[in-house]
Write a protein that binds this ligand. Structure first.
Ligand code: MIC
Ligand code: SF4
Length: 753
C-alpha cells in the first residue's frame, strides 16, 4: 500500500512546468531548496522581489505529521476551529509517552494502560477529522514518516523539531509548533520567513569507523547551535551521493541542532533504492523520471559560492568519528582529541550506559553496523562494560533487524531492547537505581544532550556519537577509549582490538511484512464522539486567551531573568511532565523550572516582589497573574532552542507573562510565542540585559503603534526610584501583529468561523 499515492502522482505531473516558470521568473539556475519552496509558495508570481531572511512568504505544504506529545495540544486547538476535517493529509504518531524500563513488551503494556485516555482521545480525534493514526509501538514519527509518507520534492510540516529527517528522502520538512499545523489543517497557508540557504559540499567516501552521523556531528560543531538559524542546509556533491538514504536522514534530522529550518539532499539512486525497499516502487519510478526537478541545477553545484549564502565543505574520506558533548550538541570533539578534552572537563570516565537508536539513528544500516561491533566483541571474548540499550525506530526496522539476527546479538551481549519509541531520548527512562542521580556519564546516538534530558539528573553527562562508536565505547565502558587506535584486555587477559564495523544499508529482500500499527480513518466519520472528562488530569479543553489590552503592558514585574542556555527543555521540561501535554493548567506548573535565575544562580527560585519571598517560578507567575499583573521574562541568546513544543509558549501566556525580552530567539519558539499572543522582543543593545534588576517594574511604550520594523521603548523603574530606558526590536509582520492584537492566532481563526 502506498499512502496518498494519488497526490504524489499529480504533484510530479505538474512539477516540470512549475519549475521552468520559477527559473524564468528568477532568471537564474535554482537550488533544490528554491525548487521545493517556490513550487509550494502561494503567490508564485511575486517571487522575484523576495529577499532571503527578510521577507515572510506563505506556503502550501503537502502534508502534516504530528506526534502524541504535541498532537494533543494541536488537535485541541483544531477542535475549536469548528472545521470538519483536516484540509491536508495528516498523521499522528504515538511515540513520546512510552517509558523505557524493562524492555519493549512490558513497557508498551504499561504505557497502554497509563496513557489509555490520551491514546483514545487521539485515535478518536484522528478518526473524526480524517487523520492517519499510528498506534503506540508502531514507531517514532520521523522513521514512520520516512518509511511511509516522505517523497522527494515534497513540502511537509511537522509538530516536532526533527521533522527535517525527511530531507534524507529529498523532502523539505521544517518542524513547527502546533498552531502552525492547525492553520494548515484548516486550509490556510503556512508562513515562513524566506530562509537563506547554506550549501554543504560533500566529497570523498566514508570509511572505517566513520559514519553519516559524524558529518552532522562535525557540522554542528562548525555551525554551533544557532549558526543554521533562518537557513535551510542543502547538501550536494559526489560524497552526498555516496551516502545511504537513511544516512542522509540522520544528517537532516540532527541539522535541527544547528537551528536550521530544515536540511535536504537531492534525489539520487540511494533514495530510489530506499523507496523500493520500503514498498514504494511507484514513487521511486516517478521520482526517477522527474529527477532533474528533484535536485539543484548543475550550474548551482558547479559554482556554489554564487548561489548559496554560505558554503561549507566536508571530505568524507578524511572525516574521523566525533563525540559531541556534554550538555550541548555542538561541543564537537574528534575522537583523536577525546582523551585530552575529557580529562580537562572533569566528567566521570566510566560510562554508565550506552544507548543506540531513536529517530536519529535507528536505520537498518545503523543497527547492522552497531551489531557487528558487538558481535566482533563477543567473538573476541569481550563483554559489555556499560548498560546497553537499543531503541529501534519503528516496528518495521525492529522486525527486519530481528530477522537478520542483529537483535539476537544485542540480547546475547546482555542489552535491553526498548519499545519502538522515544524513551530515554526524552526523559522517558526509568533507570531503576540511584545511579541515575549521581554524577555519571552516558553516551548515545540520539541528537540532543541538554542537561537532565535523558533521565532528569543534572549530573548525567551525556555525549552524542554514532551507533557504532556508542557500541564500541560501551564494550570498553570508558570515555577515553578510541576504537581506532586502542587495545582492550579480553576475559582471558589477551590483548585484542575491535575490528572496523561492517553493515548493510538495506535488507536484501526489502522491508517485507505489513505496515504495523496503522489506523486508517473510517469512511463514515459522522458519529464519532470525542469525550474529555472535566476531571481529567491529562486533557483539558482550551479557553480562549484574552484580547490585547494596553494596561497589561504597564507596571510589569520581572518574573525571571534567565541566565545562559535556556532551551525548551529548561522552559517546559519533558520526562515526567509529558503526561500533562494535553492539560494546559497542569503542565504550566513546570514553566521555567529548569532555567537558571541570573540573580541568585538558582534553578526554580525567583523573587516574588509582592511578598518579598523566593518561590518557584510558576508560583510567582500565578501570584502576579492573580493580582492582575502581567510579567516579563528576560533571557539570553537562542532562547527556546530545541523542541517545537508550543507548551513552552502557551504556559507563559496562561500564567500571565505579557512579554519575553531576549538577546535572540530560536525560530520555532519565537513563532509559537507570537501565535499564542505573548509579545516577543529582542534587545537592540544586548548589554542592556545587565541593566535589568530583580525588582524592576517595566512599562512598554509604543505598543499601539506596533508596526513591522518599529522599535519599542521600555522603561525600567528601579526600586531606588531611578528610571532607565532601553530599546527593543521585534520581528512581527502585519499578520502577526493581528494575532497579537486578537490575543492569539487561534482567536482570529475562531472569529472568522
Ligand atoms: C524533542 O526531541 O525534544 C521532542 C520531544 O521530540 C520535541 C517535541 C516535544 O517536545 O514534544 C521536539 O523535538 O520538537
Ligand atoms: Fe523522539 Fe528523541 Fe526523536 Fe524527539 S529527538 S522525536 S524525543 S526520538
Amino acid at each position: 500500500m502506498i499512502l496518498n499515492i494519488d497526490i504524489i502522482r499529480s504533484f510530479y505531473k505538474s512539477l516540470p512546468d512549475k519549475i521552468d516558470g520559477i527559473r524564468k521568473l528568477l532568471g537564474h539556475p535554482l537550488t533544490l531548496t528554491e525548487k521545493i519552496l517556490l513550487t509550494h509558495i502561494v503567490n508564485r508570481s511575486g517571487i522575484s522581489g523576495l529577499r532571503r531572511k527578510e521577507e515572510y512568504a506563505d506556503f502550501l505544504p503537502d502534508r502534516i505529521a504530528m506526534q502524541d506529545a504535541t498532537a494533543q495540544m494541536a488537535l485541541l486547538q483544531f477542535m475549536v476551529t469548528g472545521k470538519e476535517q483536516s484540509s491536508v493529509p495528516a498523521s499522528v504518531h504515538c511515540d513520546h509517552l512510552i517509558t523505557g524500563k524493562f524492555g519493549a513488551e512490558e513497557d508498551l503494556k504499561t504505557a497502554l494502560g497509563m496513557n489509555r485516555e490520551v491514546y483514545e482521545f487521539l485515535s478518536s480525534v484522528c478518526s473524526k477529522y480524517n487523520i492517519d493514526f499510528w498506534n503506540p509501538g508502531a514507531g517514532i514519527i520521523h522513521q514512520v514518516v520516512l518509511e511511509n509518507y516522505a517523497f522527494p520534492g515534497g513540502l511537509m510540516i511537522g509538530t516536532d523539531s526533527h521533522t527535517p529527517t525527511a530531507g534524507g528522502l529529498g523532502m523539505l520538512a521544517p518542524g513547527v509548533g502546533g498552531a502552525d499545523a492547525v492553520d494548515v489543517m484548516t486550509g490556510m497557508s503556512w508562513e515562513l520567513k524566506l530562509p537563506e540557504i547554506i550549501g554543504v559540499r560533500l566529497t570523498g567516501r566514508l570509511n572505517g569507523w566513520t559514519s553519516a552521523k559524524d558529518v552532522i556531528l562535525k557540522l554542528t560543531g562548525m555551525l554551533t547551535v544557532n549558526g543554521g538559524t533562518g537557513s535551510v542546509i542543502e547538501y550536494f556533491g559526489d560524497g552526498a551521493e555516496s551516502l545511504s538514504c537513511t544516512g542522509k536522514a540522520t544528517i537532516c534530522n540532527m541539522g535541527a541542532e544547528t537551528g536550521a529550518t530544515c536540511s535536504v539532499f537531492g534525489f539520487d539512486a540511494s533514495m530510489s533504492e530506499y523507496l523500493a525497499s520500503t514498498g514504494r516502487g511507484e514513487v521511486a519510478e516517478l521520482a526517477s523520471s522527474y529527477k532533474d526537478n528533484l535536485t539543484g541545477d548543475p550550474e548551482v553545484y558547479a559554482d556554489p559560492e554564487r548561489y548559496f549564502n554560505q558554503l561549507y565543505e566536508i571530505d568524507l574520506s578524511a572525516l574521523e568519528p566525533y563525540i559531541n558533548g556534554p550538555f550541548t550538541p555542538d561541543r564537537a570533539i574528534p575522537i583523536s582529541r577525546m582523551k585530552e578534552e575529557v580529562l580537562k572537563s572533569g566528567c566521570p570516565l566510566k560510562i554508565g550506559a550506552g544507548l543506540i537508536g531513536s529517530c536519529t539513528n535507528s536505520s537498518y544500516e545503523d543497527i547492522s553496523r552497531a551489531s557487528s561491533v558487538i558481535e566482533n566483541a563477543l567473538f573476541q571474548k569481550l563483554s559489555l562494560k556499560s548498560e546497553f540499550i537499543v531503541i529501534p525506530g519503528s516496528e518495521r526496522i525492529r522486525t527486519i533487524s530481528e530477522e537478520a539476527g542483529f537483535i539476537e546479538i544485542f540480547r546475547k551481549a546482555g542489552a535491553k531492547i526498548f519499545a519502538n519509541a522515544c524513551g530515554p531520548c526524552i526523559g522517558q527512562w526509568d533507570r531503576g537505581s540511584t545511579d541515575g542521580m549521581k554524577a555519571n556519564t552516558i553516551i548515545h546516538s540520539f541528537n540532543r544532550n541538554f542537561a537532565r534530558r535523558a533521565d532528569g539528573n543534572p549530573d548525567t553527562y551525556a555525549f552524542v556519537a554514532s551507533p557504532e562508536i556508542v557500541a564500541a565505547l560501551s564494550v570498553a565502558g570508558n570515555l577515553l577509549f578510541n576504537p581506532l587506535t586502542d587495545l582492550l584486555f579480553n576475559s582471558e587477559r589477551d590483548i585484542v582490538m575491535l575490528p572496523e564495523p561492517t553493515g548493510r544499508t538495506l535488507p536484501q529482500e526489502g522491508f517485507k511484512g505489513t505496515v504495523s500499527g496503522y489506523q486508517q480513518p473510517p469512511a463514515d466519520r459522522t458519529n464519532i464522539d470525542i469525550k474529555i472528562s472535566p476531571d481529567s488530569e491529562r486533557l483539558q479543553l482550551l479557553e480562549p486567551f484574552k484580547e490585547f489590552d494596553l494596561q497589561n503592558f504597564q507596571n510589569m514585574p520581572v518574573l525571571i531573568k534567565a541566565m545562559g542556555k535556556c532551551t525548551t527543555d529548561h522552559i517546559s521540561m519533558a520526562g515526567t511532565w509529558l503526561k500533562y501535554r494535553g492539560h494546559l493548567e497542569n503542565i504550566s506548573e513546570n514553566y521555567m523550572t529548569g532555567a537558571v535565575n541570573s540573580f541568585n544562580g538558582k534553578i526554580n527560585s525567583v523573587l516574588n516582589v509582592l511578598s518579598g519571598n523566593y518561590e518557584s517560578v510558576p508560583k510567582v507567575a500565578r501570584s502576579y497573574r492573580n493580582s492582575g499583573l502581567s510579567s516579563v521574562v528576560v533571557g539570553e541568546d537562542n532562547f527556546g532552542e530545541g523542541s517545537s513544543r508550543e507548551h513552552a509558549a502557551m504556559e507563559p501566556r496562561f500564567l500571565g507573562v505579557g512579554a519575553i525580552l531576549v538577546k535572540s530567539f530560536a525560530r520555532i519558539h519565537e513563532t509559537n510565542l507570537k501565535k499564542q499572543g505573548v509579545l516577543t522582543l529582542t534587545f537592540v543593545n544586548n548589554s542592556d540585559y545587565n541593566r535589568i534588576r530583580e525588582d524592576d517594574w517595566f512599562d512598554i511604550i509604543g505598543l499601539e503603534q506596533l508596526a513591522p520594523g518599529s522599535k519599542l521603548k521600555l522603561t525600567l523603574n528601579h526600586s531606588d526610584e531611578t528610571v532607565e530606558y532601553i530599546e527593543a526590536g521585534h520581528s512581527y509582520n502585519e499578520n502577526q501583529i493581528s494575532w497579537f492584537k486578537a490575543g492569539s492566532a487561534l482567536n482570529l481563526i475562531r472569529k472568522s468561523k
